[in-house]
Design a protein around this ligand. Structure first.
Ligand code: HEM
Length: 134
């Protein structure tokens, strides 16, 4: 497995753990309200599980298993995919922390970064989505 996939997949597991933990705290607070601020964890819960876990796991596995090129770098432009990894995680953290620091622009900027990351990823891997005759 390429090192970049290891990073994607390990990070996705960490987000899975964090997302489930936050979900559990929010759920407990619904049953037995103990702190109103717990609802501020909801954006982080959604972000960690939808983008951090699901999207990131998919990206890591796709980068690993899609058909490789016969000539040139086998997995294409790796620097582009590393950028997608860094930009995605920066965006996730920005959206997750926004409710705790009053900078509303963080959410919009984080979402823009997430979109850029996905576009970079698709651009970098598009040519590797191809049928292979066996
Ligand atoms: C992959 C798994 C999961 C995903 C993708 C996910 C995603 C989401 C999303 C998108 C929402 C917002 C729903 C809305 O606002 O209408 C939400 C809310 C919530 N989630 Fe999760 N979730 C997951 C797992 C969990 C788990 C394991 C727990 C509990 C241990 C949990 C607890 C909650 C709670 C308490 C809410 C708030 C519900 C409410 O608004 O009343 N989630 N989740």
């Amino acid at each position: 497995m390429p090192r970049l996939s290891v990073w994607f997949i390990r990070c996705s597991f960490i987000y899975l753990f964090l997302g489930f933990t936050l979900g559990g705290i929010i759920l407990a607070n619904k049953g037995y309200p103990f702190a109103p601020w717990v609802w501020s964890l909801l954006p982080a819960h959604m972000e960690f599980l939808l983008l951090g876990w699901m999207v990131q796991l998919t990206m890591g596995v796709a980068f690993w298993i899609l058909p490789r090129f016969r000539s040139g770098p086998p997995r294409g432009n790796i620097d582009l995919v590393w950028s997608a990894f860094v930009i995605l995680n920066t965006g996730i953290v920005m959206v997750a922390v926004q409710p705790f620091i009053s900078m509303t622009w963080l959410t919009q900027t984080g979402r823009i970064l997430e979109t850029i990351s996905v576009l970079l990823f698709v651009f970098a891997l598009w040519q590797r989505v191809k049928a292979i005759e066996v």
